[in-house]
Design a protein around this ligand. Sequence first.
Ligand code: SF4
Ligand code: SF4
Length: 339
Amino acid sequence: MTRTRTVAFSKNSTNLFFHILTQCNLKCRHCYINPAQHGQNTLPLSTIKAWLEAFAKNSNSKNLIFLGGEPTLHPELAAAVTHARGLGFGSITIDTNGYLFGDILSKVTPAAVDYFSFSLDGATRDTNDRIRGKGSYDTCLAGIRRAIDAGFATSLIYTVSRSNIHELEMMAPLLDNLGVTRFFIQVIGLRGKSALAAGDSQSPESPQVSRSQWLATVPGIARMIAERGLIVTYPKVFLNPAEKFECAGTVADNYFVFPNGRVYRCPLCEDFPVHSLCFAENQLAPTAKLNEQDFFQLDIPEGCVMNKLIQPHNISYNEQGAPEYKIACCLLKEEISGG
Ligand code: SF4
Ligand code: SF4
């Protein structure tokens, strides 16, 4: 028996996605990091501490995700984790490509880090390494095994694109074999490098899968994997006309922080200078209008405004010109557990 639930947006918890640097050892084909918009600096520990403190107040529950670039390239990551724990962040995750630089597993403890979350984009070496770079498959799998052996809980992120959707099903035995407890399926967004290959989702250049392929593949495989005992999460993406649309920018407390000080509330906005907050001298302040907040207020029949602006080919219309479905907020997830 599995249980599927839509993970509702919560005002009582804060999710802080903290990019502490943009440097990375890999050059993944779909990398969403955009140095022109996100900066190229590595934040000093003193700045990381100050910015964490700015978010540590006024929240019942705080989930912190350290990101990069590759966050384990930051020489002070362990000290940043310790400081965050001291500030009361309820859960701390480190997203990694698996290289686990700086001997990070020996510098933090399972009591301090709730999850190491590994990115893998193929069930086979060929497919993953074509997307993420030669050697990244073996290194990621070895990193997962080392983390589990050291007592850490692990999750795995698989970004679905045209290049790897055919291997999603093959992830089931691999996940069993590895001992990963959570599996996150992502949809490839047209951000960073992917935006360069964007266009019509029917065009062979587009990295995105079609709606029909997504619906025919992802929910069923997610359920099959959950039946094996994992918690599986995937974005809802499409809403029926009768389903309620909500923009996380207006009803939830998510922050996407970049090392140049920009703070976004919506990941689809990250390629544009429309961030709604910004750090200046370690103080978090609202930016001038127009910014992403102005988009969040717009009520359109297609659902997500940013999707309509940057990925309009995701929507189809009936003969009367009305959208046949709505695009959900990219942060709205389905979670399946059971097994
Ligand atoms: S590991 Fe992450 S940050 Fe590094 S290139 Fe790949 S997607 Fe970009
Ligand atoms: S993805 Fe769309 S719905 Fe979600 S926060 Fe951004 S603009 Fe709002």
